[in-house]
Ligand binder design. Structure first.
Ligand code: ACM
Length: 562
């Protein structure tokens, strides 16, 4: 642990205080106060001012449950009291936290979200026991050090994308992810719901999307080039009630949900369910099934009015399930749409001429522009992968920049909002080390330190354009993550580093103090342990994590895919 130092004035140096407190992400300012620690016990009271109800509920159901304490409603402030307040003078997600035996604990947020984020800091200050559900050992005293913290996020978009199409994440595990995001002060859950390999959200007017599209007959195990197959039929989907529960759970934690429905590529599962969605003049779409391979299917949507009407029906249900307050952005994918079928298809070629869109890229852009107008008319904002820039972007559309920074830079300079999530930096499916022990290693090596040194705003961006960088997110594509342990392993601890990049005002990448971050992570690993997160330990995989094929599949000697 870091050795604490005192400045001449007797106040702990802020950076050292943050290190000693082990907070992740690092708060803007923290100092120790001249008071004894605050102790939680059966007499501790909780007073919740207007607008702080979600945090009050969360504290009782989380800290209260962790320690088996009632946190009864009580007076505001003073010894033994936790007080929640809002102060509109602070930024909505900013907060101040003071703690000490004589003052009690006071969390003042700029708005309800700020109070909630302050409560996340309180939980971290209490230590790993606050992350576990176990009765207090006799004599154990959960304590909060006497501190004063002022904090606010650097970016408004601090996200995590989970691909539930390649491998399905059951609803309860999605809720667990939301809890983990909250614990890291992340506030956007990008829910990748559809792809070639599976359609995962119930759409009442098109039941075959899940009756057929949610199930594939077998699954490739390992890399694209692997010869290993799991021959068990595979699938799953969220009912509309599941989605409503997920959305409500996220909202209660001040997390926005960005539902993603892919158009016009990554659509083989939808076409398998409704063959008329495909390019029937060049492909026997009735013979298609949800894809059992990894990669990008060449079977894409047909550029017809009927297909637009079909997807309007899908998006109508999506908008009803994901209300505007929780989901102002709706993601339409738009990435990696192979043009093979459109090039071959006389019907698609006739459409290009009829619409006057020039070529196949124009067709892709026609799809995206249609839904941009459609979503805008309904008070939502379209977001798509950076391919949506090809052919010109409609005003108001935002871009997830994944193919490096370039798309994001072009979009931001053109006045579009951007989320920076370049594949080279924050694709969490990519291996974390070049060693032979990484389970199913794919892509580039992206270490914890690489992610910590990721900068969402590239230096060549103009100041005006930099304001369009909404923030960043880590993306977890799940081709080689077939269960919770594998997802945990890939995502953590790197998502903790990304959370700090998104939250904290860090120096330029080369000047970032990774050693201090690694020291704070020691405290954070104990929290993740308490939460049962099966992260990659800093020294490399544990023996059971190294075992070929976590989850019971054999996988021997497959070379890394770059
Ligand atoms: C992507 O990785 N195809 C967005």
């Amino acid at each position: 642990m870091h050795t604490d130092t005192l400045s001449p004035a007797g106040i702990h140096e802020p950076a050292d205080t943050v290190t000693a407190l082990g907070l992740v992400p690092a708060p803007a300012r923290a100092r120790t106060r001249d008071d004894a620690p605050f102790v939680l016990d059966a007499a501790t009271t909780l007073s919740a001012g207007p607008g702080t109800g979600s945090t009050e509920r969360w504290l009782r159901s989380t800290l209260g449950a962790a320690y088996g304490l009632p946190l009864a409603a009580g007076r505001a402030g003073g010894p033994g009291a936790i007080e929640l307040l809002t102060d509109p003078g602070l930024e909505p997600e900013g907060y101040r936290l003071t703690a000490g035996a004589t003052t009690g604990v006071r969390i003042t947020g700029g708005g309800p979200a700020g109070v909630f984020l302050g409560a996340q800091t309180l939980r971290q200050l209490l230590g790993p026991g606050a992350f576990r559900r176990a009765p207090l050992a006799p004599g154990a005293r959960p304590t909060v050090p006497a501190v004063g913290i002022e904090d606010a996020p650097r970016f408004a978009w601090r996200g995590f994308m989970l691909d539930v199409a390649r491998h399905f994440t059951p609803k309860d595990d999605v809720l667990r992810h939301l809890d983990l995001l909250a614990a890291h002060k992340l506030n956007v859950f990008h829910f990748h719901l559809t792809d070639d390999q599976g359609w995962r959200v119930e759409i009442k007017r098109y039941p075959r999307l899940t009756e057929t599209g949610a199930w594939r007959s077998r699954t490739k195990y390992g890399h694209r080039s692997s010869d290993l197959w799991d021959e068990t039929p595979y699938g799953g989907f969220y009912t509309q009630d599941d989605i409503r529960e997920i959305v409500a759970y996220a909202a209660e934690r001040h997390i926005r949900v960005v539902p993603e429905i892919e158009i016009p590529g990554h659509s083989q599962a939808a076409i398998a369910a409704y063959p008329e969605l495909g390019n029937t003049d060049v492909t026997d779409t009735a013979a298609l099934t949800p894809w059992d391979r990894w990669g990008v299917s060449t079977h894409v949507l047909a550029p017809t009015e009927a297909v637009l009407r079909f997807y309007e029906g899908v998006f109508e249900e999506i908008l009803a399930l994901f209300p505007a307050e929780v989901s102002p952005f709706v993601h339409v994918g738009g990435d990696e749409c192979p043009k093979d079928e459109w090039k071959e298809s006389p019907a698609a070629q006739a459409r290009i001429a009829e619409l006057g869109v020039g070529d196949e890229d124009g067709l892709q852009s026609w799809f995206v522009r249609h839904f941009d107008r459609w979503l805008t008319a309904r008070g939502r904002r379209l977001i798509g992968w950076d391919e949506i820039l090809e052919g010109g972007l409609a005003e108001g559309a935002a871009v997830s920049s994944w193919r490096g920074y370039a798309g994001g830079v072009a979009a931001a300079e053109a006045g579009h909002d951007v989320v920076m999530c370049p594949v080279q930096q924050v694709y969490l499916d990519y291996r974390q080390d070049g060693g032979p022990d990484e389970p199913i290693p794919i892509g580039y090596v992206r270490t914890l330190e690489d992610v910590y040194r990721f900068e969402p705003v590239p230096p060549d961006l103009s100041q005006e354009a930099a304001r369009h960088v909404l923030g960043t997110q880590g993306n977890a594509w799940t081709e080689v993550m077939h269960n919770r342990a594998r997802v945990d392993y890939q995502v953590y601890p790197r998502l903790a580093a990304l959370a700090e990049v998104a939250w904290s005002e860090l120096p330029a990448p080369a000047d970032r103090d990774f050693a201090a971050f690694a020291t704070r992570m020691e405290a954070h690993y104990a929290r993740l342990d308490a939460l049962g997160v099966e992260y990659r330990p800093p020294g490399g995989p544990l023996p059971w994590q190294r075992r070929p094929g976590i989850g019971g599949h054999p996988l021997e000697g497959a070379p890394p895919v770059v």
